[in-house]
Design a protein around this ligand. Sequence first.
Ligand code: BEZ
Ligand code: FE
Length: 295
Amino acid sequence: MSEYNQERLTQDVVDAFENTANPRLRLLMTSLVKHIHAFAREVDLTPEEWMAGLQFLNATGQISTEQRPEFILLSDTLGLSMMIVSLAQARAGGNAKGATEATEATVEGPFYWAGAPDLALGTDIGEGVPGEPTFYMGRVTDTDGKPLAGALLDVWSGDGDGKYDVQLSAEPTMKARGRFRTDAEGRYWFWSIRPNYYPVPDDGPVGDMLRATNRNINRPGHIHMQVSAPGHVKLTTHVFVAGSPYIDEDVVFGKRDSLVVDFDKHAPGKAVDGREMKQPYHSASFDFRLAPTPA
Ligand code: BEZ
Ligand code: FE
């Protein structure tokens, strides 16, 4: 087929969508067609490569379940999930150029579990969880720095061995999970453990892709937080452990420099909340800034 006819083919397929009633769907489909045709032409895709790609997508579908969302992992490892997170935050005005910036958002990941217990500030959600004790504290404010009282922090993390509770038992045990509300000055504090790095599930086609391309399979240590307050854009983000292995090569590209925090090490003794610690512990401080809901 001549170059002219290759272009004609793309246009014919685009035209085939002209009766799509929903204009947004039409845009999504026609743009997708233009880009995948351009991709095939750019790399001069062979029938064998095309078939290998289709078999890869087939295998990705076959291994997928609700607990094992391999297509989401594919999106994560291609950086598409982070691109969608970034576009959504920009659309909500959260990090528009020129505005005082909200805290950067990052991927939710597959280990969130709705229904974590509501806990008093200061509670230790790391009891019985392997890992070094850590005191977490900070404030939730709006983008002008005004404290947000009663803001909700929904927290979850893996343990010091890099495992989430949902990976260790069929039912979530709600270990290293909890919901906290900020006090009148927008402050929060609680105890947990310092999370370790961990590999994403790598025994499926995405793992094969990562190995075939010599990529790292790990995420650096992080604790997940969903932060919300009435009248503000809900924030899904992490606090990353400074100096964690893989801190500069997060396999899902979720790490942002603004979210990396020092986990200061302390000798046994009285912690800032008055708790008597018989073993060494860490403390990590991070403030969250929420954007106002767009008008
Ligand atoms: C997580 O941080 O929990 C996660 C994110 C993306 C893929 C796998 C895990
Ligand atoms: Fe995680």
